[in-house]
Each structure stands twice: as C-alpha cells, then as structure tokens.
Design a protein around this ligand. Structure first.
Ligand code: EPZ
Length: 423
C-alpha cells in the first residue's frame, strides 16, 4: 500500500486547479440510466470512485467511455441487459445505491445490494426506500438486496416527506420522480450544490423540476428523457481542502475555479479564524491575515451549513490555532477517527461522542500516521504541511477515492511532499 511523505514548514505560493465534484459526478452518472439517449459529462474528476461507478454502470449494460484521460465521460444506456447491482461492487462504494431510483423509473424493476456501513457510520438507506415507496414502488429486502418493483403503470408522482435531510435519498427521489406519472413533491430536500447540479443536468435532458436548492422540490413527470452534455460543478470539498493549505502553513494560494457561493459557511469560519479569502477572476485567493490562526467553534450541518466533509480538514487547522475550539459533528456518528492520528503528531484533542474539543498547540510534530477514511486522510496531509519534520501517511488508497493528483497539486505550490509506493 502506498504512503505519502510530507516534510512540513514550507510556506505555499501559487495556483491549484480544482477538479469537478466527486459527489456531483457520482449522481450524474446514474442519471444516464433514465434515458436511451447519450449523456456526456465534462470536467469529470479522475478518481477511483468514478471508476467504480463506471464498472457498475457497465455491469448493467450501459456504455461508459472515458475520453480526454477521463475528464469526459461519454455514456449511453440504450440497451440495458441487467438490472442487478451486485454486492461486490456496491460494497466498495455506497453511492452505488443511486442506480436504484433510475432503474426503477426507467424499466420498473431493479435488484440492488444494500450498501452496508462504512468507517464513518452505519449509513442506512431507509430514506431512499421510503421515497421510492411514496411513488408506488414495492420493495422487498432479502438476502442483503433490495428487490424493487414499480406499479404496472410505472412509478406514480407522490409526496416525499424526509424526517431528516439526506443528500443521497434526495438524489434517488429526484431522479425517480422525473419519469413518475404526475407530480412529486420532495419536502425537507437536501440543498447541496450537487443537488442543484443534478437538477440542471436533468432539466437539460427534458425533466421538469423546480425548487432545487430549496427545501421543497417539485417534479412534473415526463414520458421520456433525452440526452444532454453537462459540465460537472466544481468540487467544493476539494476546494475547501486546498484553501486550508495556506491557512495551515502560511503563504498564499489561488484555488482555480473556486467560488464563495459553494462554501459560504466555511468561508465565514475561515474569516473568523483570521484567514482572508479574496474572489479573483480565476477563483479564490487564500492567505493568513497575520500570524497565528484563531480558535473557532464549528458545527457540521446540511448545506448551507458547515460541510461535514470539511470537518476533519478544519480540525487539522485548529490543532495549531490560538485557543480552544469545539467541533460538533452532527451528520455522522463516527467521524473523528482522524483525531487519534492527529494526537500522534502532538495535537491536544478531547473527543466525547459527537463533540471534539481542540486545544491549539504551537507546533505539531511529524509522525507516522494512518488514513482511516477519505477526508481523514487529507486532514493528516494538511497537518503534515505545518508539522516540524516528516509525516508519513499510510493507507492512501482512501485518498485516491476523492482527490486526484494531491502530490502534484501541493508540490506545485511549494510543499515538500512525495508518494512512496508500498508493498
Ligand atoms: C453524501 O452521502 C456524500 N456522498 C457524503 O460525502 C457526505 O458526507 C454526505 O452526503 C453529507 O453531506 C456522496 O454524495 C456520494 P446523507 P450520503 O444521506 O448521501 C443518515 C465524502 O466524503 N441517513 O446526506 O450517504 C445518514 O446516516 C462522502 O465525499 C439515514 O439515516 O449522506 C447520515 O447520518 C462521505 N437514512 C445523514 O442521514 C438514509 O436513508 C446524512 O446522510 C440516508 C441517510
């Protein structure tokens, strides 16, 4: 397994290009199942999760071609010959559940493995299933699979009332509703930019959707959807991650393609911590205002609140802030696994349930640490940028799921970082 070796202390200077959003692409790709016409995605990120979704769609009979080194995904599912999403693919990536709604809406039946949990939580899919039942689907859970059938006339428009905000369940419901007969109203819908990006793509395909980006989405079902070409929205989590690099070790970095509208709550917290964020013609320029970062309190919430996917990275910044910071993780039940690894580097963190209290120290010390999940892995790299000496982050396959070319992007702005291939 490969490791990444970071030698801290360099201030950063330069520009980092931000890729297309993994979490937008993972819902835009299954949308191809809704139409027999071609769907082409540009600005697609080159990540292992995208390759996993490609394999899944191909296993269903869809054609997926990666053009221009994978930045363009040319897809077509005019002839699906399989409606079963196997456990051996689904267990690798939970987002595989997002083929359920499209398959059900298009052909009236699907068999999809339950994804199982992951390191950060149990990750149930009950809300996905509830949404599809509200559109008339009959679901039978057995042998670890969801056996789904639409009514004989196809899915019917209905009212979906989510008791809590779920990004994936909103995406499954939205895609299914585009072909359901009649009107579907989704209440307490997720408002993430990735939801808006999906709705924009579906509208290009002929869907009738209103209210995306607000808590109530209304969909008028249509008989069929056409093809489209759609540019994947900028990855706000990669953006926030790289904005923290100059914040944590000094210097000034311009994140190309970044927009404040994607991360307003996060940018407000950076401002509070003493980090300046300036909108430029090409993106966002980030630098420390002066001296040491100040402690701030953070609570993760659904969009437009502070993103849970930036909590681990923000914790790395706050480990060397002046004062005590309290981080509350309200979305997932086990998303502080990076804390013990940061403590190996000298961080002072007290974790009680969903609350972590970070007492800032002057300096972190490089150490061998282990990545436990995607966002934890990159928070350890950020900490390594600021630490004295060498930090070796192992199990970086987690990183490859969500970040392309980390070493190239960070060394391009002056970080001392390299990838070492392991056994
Ligand atoms: C998406 O996961 C993202 N993944 C996650 O990013 C992100 O952390 C999460 O949204 C929250 O923003 C993709 O888009 C592929 P949820 P998702 O449904 O849809 C509970 C990353 O690092 N819940 O919004 O699975 C759930 O347990 C990943 O890129 C149910 O109870 O998240 C959680 O506590 C990690 N029942 C809360 O809702 C359900 O049926 C929010 O989960 C579904 C979810």
């Amino acid at each position: 397994m490969d490791s990444i070796v970071v030698t801290g202390g360099n201030a950063l200077k330069g520009r980092i290009p931000i890729a297309g959003a993994k979490n937008a692409c993972l819902t835009l790709m299954p949308a191809t199942l809704l139409s027999e016409e071609p769907l082409t995605l540009t600005n697609a990120p080159r990540l292992s999760d995208i390759r996993t979704m490609t394999t899944l769609l191909q296993s269903l009979g869809a054609e997926v071609q990666g053009l221009q080194e994978g930045q363009v995904l040319a897809m077509s599912s005019h002839a699906l010959d399989n409606h079963t999403a196997d456990y051996d693919i689904v267990r690798k990536m939970r987002a595989s559940i997002l083929v359920l709604g499209p398959l059900l809406a298009r052909d009236g039946h699907a068999v999809v493995s339950l994804p199982g949990g992951c390191a950060i939580g149990a990750r149930p899919v009950d809300l996905h299933l509830r949404a599809l039942e509200a559109m008339g689907a009959e679901l039978d859970l057995r042998d670890g699979y969801v056996h789904a059938k639409a009514p004989s006339g196809g899915l019917r428009g209905g009212t979906v009332d989510f008791p809590l905000v779920s990004v994936g369940a909103t995406e499954n419901a939205l895609m299914a509703a585009t072909l359901a007969k009649g009107t579907t109203v989704i209440n307490n819908a997720a408002r993430e930019p990735e939801i808006v990006d999906l709705a924009e793509c579906l509208r290009k395909m002929g869907a009738q959707i209103e209210g995306d980006g607000t808590p109530t989405i209304t969909v008028e079902g249509v008989d069929r959807l056409g093809g489209a070409t759609h540019r994947v929205v900028t990855d706000r989590i990669e953006l926030g991650t790289y904005m923290l690099a100059p914040a944590i070790c000094g210097g000034e970095v311009e994140c190309l393609g970044g927009e404040i509208r994607l991360l307003e709550a996060f940018c407000e917290k950076l401002d509070e911590a003493g980090i300046s964020v300036e909108e430029t013609d090409d993106g966002l320029k980030v630098a420390r205002r002066n001296g040491r970062v100040k402690a701030v309190d953070v609570t993760t919430e659904p969009f437009p609140g502070f993103p849970t996917d930036l909590q681990a990275q923000m914790m790395a910044l706050l480990c060397t802030a002046e004062g005590k910071s309290v981080l509350e993780e309200k979305i997932f039940e086990n998303r502080f696994m990076h804390a013990p690894e940061l403590m190996r580097m000298g961080a002072q963190i007290d974790v009680h349930g969903g609350t972590a209290t970070v007492s800032g120290v002057d300096k972190l010390k490089g150490a061998p640490v282990m990545a436990t999940d995607l966002r934890a892995s990159v928070s350890l790299i950020l900490a390594g940028l600021a630490a004295e000496g060498e930090t070796v982050v192992s199990r970086v396959y987690h990183l490859d799921r969500g970040y392309e070319h980390v070493v190239r992007k960070l060394s391009g702005v002056g970080a001392q970082i390299e990838r070492v291939s392991g056994s």
